[in-house]
Design a protein around this ligand. Structure first.
Ligand SMILES: Nc1ncnc2c1ncn2[C@@H]1O[C@H](COP(=O)(O)OP(=O)(O)OP(=O)(O)O)[C@@H](O)[C@H]1O
Length: 361
């Protein structure tokens, strides 16, 4: 038997390496029917055939385009044809009022469905087909937006149940797998629509590579790998500091709750989080002595602990809160998303307190 082309071998090796790292048990491939995830379904089917590990697939139907159910059914058939079992199609509802916009809304709905299926089927991982190109484009977008290290660190190869074996290979490699394995991927019209930032990033990347050299894409992905190690270390320091120094008060009791949402607003609206937020309080003087990289992370984690919705909490909110430490002149509270505020009580024993807007003084 002749050996497969180098690109196919690289994709199979990437899948095998990831599968070898996982504990025993079934895996699921998140498959849209597009080039990358169909290639992943194919190489995973090839690899597990040799080891006997059970492998299935989940196809999420976002219901956002006409004919989406047909696209999902075709992707599911292709996965079954490759020998994956079970293969399930999950229809989801995408929140049109998601604070991060339609792309984030679809991703959140998809990830929730993928995790739910993994738990239902007892899978040890859900494999996603993001490639090195996706990683580089994400870094480019982060740079263009002035993001911090966490965002520039891109996507991790593993976090919780989600695993991304193809971060080691390119989009050209996955296309080669589809050609080699005679698979006909679905071409999502959204992937050519310049209304989407990630589509524009693809175009910008080609221009950059022409101007700066063909290694630019890979170099950006490498930067992500290096920054991830830094961001992980800083996040861990901040989490440890918070665990040691923060005081949390319980959410208000039923009798003591803020006003219910006004007519026409959903109770799950990010402006009205459920359950009601708690107070988080931190010693201002000690916090002020931390390096800015750790201090701002502590403030972000504290706001999240008090109930701020993560999609709406921006760097600007965190920096405004940080001014209560770096530019303290007795100023008033800083508004935070989720109807929260941060304030500082006066004096050397003063504390930064984050809690419901109408209760923080
Ligand atoms: N509808 C879906 N159902 C299941 N998994 C999905 C779906 N859409 C995306 N995924 C998973 O998430 C990964 C990233 O999705 P994204 O849309 O960012 O990538 P993509 O490059 O368009 O991928 P693909 O070429 O496989 O469609 C996919 O590779 C796939 O593993």
């Amino acid at each position: 038997m002749s050996s497969p082309p180098a690109a196919v071998a690289a994709c199979r090796l990437a899948a095998r390496r990831l599968l070898d790292e996982l504990p025993d048990g079934p895996v699921l491939v998140g498959c849209s029917g597009g080039t990358d995830s169909l290639a992943l379904a194919s190489v995973v089917a090839f690899e597990v055939d040799k080891t006997g590990r059970p492998a299935g697939a989940v196809v999420v139907d976002h219901g956002l385009q006409a004919g989406s159910a047909d696209v999902a059914a075709r992707a599911a058939d292709q996965c079954r044809g490759l020998g994956l079992d079970p293969v399930v199609v999950r229809r989801v509802t995408v929140d049109p009022r998601h604070p991060g916009g339609p792309e984030d809304a679809a991703r959140d709905a998809r990830h929730t469905a993928l995790r739910a299926e993994a738990e239902r089927l007892g899978a040890v991982a859900v494999l996603l087909a993001h490639t090195r190109d996706d990683q580089a484009e994400q870094v480019l977008l982060g740079l263009a937006r002035g993001s911090g290290a966490r965002s520039l660190a891109g996507m991790p190869a593993r976090r919780g149940l989600l695993a991304r074996p193809f971060l080691a290979v390119t989009r050209a490699d996955t296309a080669a797998v589809c050609t080699h394995d005679r698979l006909e991927p679905w071409h999502d019209p959204h992937n050519a629509d310049p209304a989407y930032a990630r589509v524009r990033a693809r175009g910008a990347m080609s221009v950059l590579e022409e101007a700066l050299g063909p290694g630019t894409r890979d170099a950006l992905a490498r930067s992500a790998d290096r920054l991830r190690a830094d961001a992980d270390a800083l996040d861990a320091l901040a989490a440890d500091w918070l665990a040691e120094h923060a005081e949390h008060t319980a959410p208000p009791t039923t009798l003591d709750r803020p006003e219910p949402p006004a007519h026409g607003e959903s109770a799950t609206d990010p402006g009205h989080p459920q359950p009601p937020p708690a107070f988080t309080s931190l010693p201002a003087h000690d916090l002020a002595t931390l390096p800015a990289a750790v201090r701002t992370r502590v403030l972000r984690l504290a706001a999240l602990a008090a109930g701020a919705p993560s999609g709406a909490l921006t760097a600007a909110h965190v920096l405004a809160t940080d001014r209560l430490l770096t530019h303290w002149r007795g100023q008033g509270p800083v508004s935070l998303p989720g109807h929260l505020a941060a304030t500082r009580s006066p004096g050397r024993a003063g504390r930064i307190v984050i809690g419901p807007l109408d209760r923080v003084e």
